[in-house]
Unconditional design. Structure first.
Length: 121
């Protein structure tokens, strides 16, 4: 298993994660139902889809069922079907809970404020 950072792009996991959030993930970990994971979705009509963050909701005979948190946009198993074992790349370790996400965003805001003050000098 290997740790890595993932940067969220897009809005399919809102309100849990927003564009630009940085997540800590463990690659090669056993999928856990209910947790967000880094997944490889099947190619679409326009070609390969980007690596995505989705929530694993169940395991069926055809593979892992993943869903987006947003009700308005994104691609998930409702559109592409269940994912094979090797398509679930990593499990998100942090942040997973809303209070952790809020803490992470406050830290990001503090760092940005500090940088702006430092640049003014």
């Amino acid at each position: 298993m290997q740790l890595g950072f993932v940067v969220v792009r897009g809005r399919s996991m809102e309100p849990t994660y927003v564009h630009g959030d940085v997540l800590l993930a463990v690659y090669g970990a056993q999928p856990r139902i209910g947790d967000p994971h880094v997944v490889r979705l099947p190619d679409g009509p326009e070609g390969p889809r980007p690596i995505a963050v989705k929530r694993v909701t169940s395991r069926g005979p055809d593979g892992w069922w993943v869903e987006r948190d947003s009700t308005r946009e994104g691609v998930d198993s409702w559109l592409v079907g269940a994912l094979a074992d090797d398509a679930v790349l990593a499990r998100v370790l942090w942040p997973r809970k809303p209070r952790h996400v809020a803490s992470m965003r406050r830290c990001r805001t503090l760092v940005a404020t500090f940088r702006k003050k430092r640049e003014k000098r």
